[in-house]
Design a protein around this ligand. Structure first.
Ligand code: PEP
Length: 250
């Protein structure tokens, strides 16, 4: 594990979940109340569920996060949601720079960095995603790509604030395949070095999460890897029965 205070296991529901899905969040919270976890636990539902989930899980061990935010606090940006709005709805964290947004919406490191500033302004804890494509890995560029994303996506304002970085190799997201333990370790160690290069001492304490096809069957092995301080979990976070064993793998 890393030297971060407490590992974080965060679930990214992506564009999945209607009101009925809140039962899964409640089941998770009830299980954690019955037997507390060593890890911090967060769920990041679609924006439409944040307020309802926050009310339903108030006082529980499950923290709520958003999946993205606009950098501006308010304005003529039809369809977008600001960090302040997420916080107002009950979110405490926010995923930023997910590869699905970098690829699908052309989000650059500079934009992600501006969104991190917005999250901090609103009092949200950012989870900043980085990760190489398969083509970049096959070209031997994985470490360089990820280190550049860390440097470009984190404003110096995060120093001293709670935040984490999620290493999510793009070729592993939703694919069912994961890197080898050696590949995970190599990149996580490189992310730590990039964090320290960017933020000095403040780069030493942030959790570095692994994300990409984390399942109950592989979670324990991944969590033991040097500099892995938790997980960002997509598909396996939708059902409490799948997510709970991952939470308990820490
Ligand atoms: C993700 O999209 O952040 C993710 C890790 O997805 P999955 O676990 O489904 O690969």
């Amino acid at each position: 594990m890393t030297n971060s205070p407490r590992p974080l296991i965060a679930g990214n529901w992506k564009m999945n979940g209607l009101g009925a899905s809140l039962a899964e969040a409640t089941a998770l919270a009830q299980a954690l109340a019955a037997e507390p976890a060593a890890a911090r636990v967060a769920l990041c539902p679609p924006a439409t569920l944040i307020e309802r989930m926050s009310r339903q899980l108030a006082g529980s061990a499950v923290e709520i996060g958003g999946q993205d935010c606009r950098a501006e606090a308010s304005g003529a940006f039809t369809g977008d949601v600001s960090a302040e709005m997420l916080a107002d709805a009950g979110a405490r964290l926010v995923i930023l720079g997910h590869s699905e947004r970098r690829a699908g919406y052309g989000e650059t490191d500079a934009l992600v960095s501006a969104k991190v500033e917005a999250a901090l302004r609103a009092g949200l804890e950012p989870i900043v995603c980085v990760g190489e494509t398969l083509a970049e890995r096959e070209a031997g560029q994985a470490v360089a790509v990820v280190a550049a994303q860390v440097a470009g996506s984190l404003p110096t304002a995060v120093a001293g604030k709670p935040f984490s970085v999620a290493y999510e190799p793009v070729w592993c997201i939703g694919s069912g395949c994961i890197p080898t333990i050696e590949q995970i370790e190599e990149v996580h160690v490189a992310v730590r070095a990039a964090l320290v290069a960017r933020l000095g001492e403040a780069g030493k304490g942030a959790a570095i999460l692994y994300g990409g096809s984390v399942k109950p069957a592989n979670a324990a092995d991944i969590m033991k890897v040097r500099e892995v301080g938790g997980a960002l979990v997509g598909g396996a976070s939708l059902k409490a029965a799948d997510f709970l064993p991952i939470v308990r793998a820490v």
